[in-house]
Design a protein around this ligand. Structure first.
Ligand code: NCD
Length: 331
């Protein structure tokens, strides 16, 4: 998939389809910009008069609602469309949907679809000036999730070059894992590990610059950050695991396992969590967990992306000037 589609000739973000191909400078700019939006606060006029459509062909709770809140906090008009997912949805149907909605003068589409490449397809066919944000396409990419994950890590551990990050669980079916790996590489993480049973590790993943572990304790040894992934049964065709009970025994993050690790290790999960499968309930909301921070940061990061793509230069400048003193305000 062509990642240059998302950048204009002068390197600015036009769409956000994938983390792949973004520069460290651009990612850092998005994260810096997001610091302006943390902590809620009053509505900002950045997207006043713009229309954002959330077009979700797959279920979502936090991604859709945080995109909606982000757009509303920037004063956009927001429309939510939940389309019943059909595995046979094909290009022509998507194109018809896009053209129909475009006729309503939409400025930005936030799209989640079960097919890898759906957001690229929309970006290729969108009218000039219409922006596409990928909110998850199949197993391929989930760029805003990766950006909010990087934001959350950076709040606690600002030096990526010192970090060992373990991504644990259903890597095979996870667009979050792929986008996180790209982002961590671009930001210069010291070591990226993927930890899972053999059946849940995609072949050739080493080419992405990660080390593979098939045993949990070894994979967690010395980790600074643990990113857990949900077992994505809806994407599993056939048997990948003997049972979820066995998966929990061998790969679930429990209090006992956590106790053996560094006391300042961060526990992350994009949600929704499967309690008692990849994570023990008490670990999910325990003191090492930053899972709810991830949700909160999702709003700020999505505001930053939307503002950078759709906000006028003038309003963006004004916004930075007004909000800058709040930068890094203690929370
Ligand atoms: C993730 C997704 O949809 O890819 N969730 C999310 O966006 N918060 C991960 C998942 O569904 O397991």
């Amino acid at each position: 998939m062509n990642s240059s589609l998302q950048l204009s000739a002068d390197g600015r973000l036009r769409h956000l389809l994938t983390v792949e191909g973004l520069s460290r400078g651009l990612i850092t700019q998005i994260l810096d910009e997001a610091t302006l939006y943390t902590g809620g606060g009053r509505k900002l006029p950045l997207l006043h008069g713009k229309t954002v459509v959330n077009l979700f062909f797959e279920p979502s709770t936090r991604t859709r609602t945080t995109f909606e809140l982000a757009a509303k906090r920037l004063s956009a008009d927001v429309l939510n469309i939940q389309v019943a997912a059909s595995s046979t949805t094909k290009g022509e149907t998507l194109l018809d949907t896009l053209k129909t909605l475009e006729a309503m003068q939409v400025d930005m589409f936030v799209i989640r679809h079960e097919a890898s490449g759906a957001a690229h397809f929309f970006a290729q066919h969108a009218a000039p000036g219409v922006a596409i944000l990928n909110a998850g396409d199949g197993r391929h990419a989930h760029p805003t999730q990766a950006l909010l994950d990087m934001y959350t890590i950076r709040q606690h551990k600002p030096d990526f070059t010192a970090l060992t990050v373990a991504i644990v669980g259903d890597v095979m079916h996870s667009r979050v894992a792929r986008s996180d790996i790209h982002a961590l590489r671009i930001l210069g993480a010291k070591e990226i590990r993927v930890v899972a049973p053999r059946t849940l590790i995609p072949s050739h993943i080493e080419a992405m610059g990660v080390t593979v572990f098939n045993e949990l304790d070894a994979g967690l040894q010395g980790a600074d950050v643990i990113i857990l992934l949900r077992l994505q049964k809806e994407r599993m065709v056939g048997a990948f695991l003997p049972s979820t009970g066995e998966f929990h025994r061998d790969f679930g993050l429990t209090r006992a396992r956590l106790a053996k690790l560094s006391p300042d290790v961060l526990v992350m999960h994009p949600g929704p969590i499967n309690r008692g499968v990849e994570i023990e309930g008490e670990v999910a909301y325990g003191e090492r967990s930053v899972i709810l921070e991830q949700v909160e940061h999702g709003i700020a990061v999505r505001m930053a992306v939307m503002g950078l793509i759709l906000g006028s230069e003038e309003l963006q400048h004004e916004n930075r000037r007004q909000r800058a003193p709040m930068n890094h305000a203690p929370r």
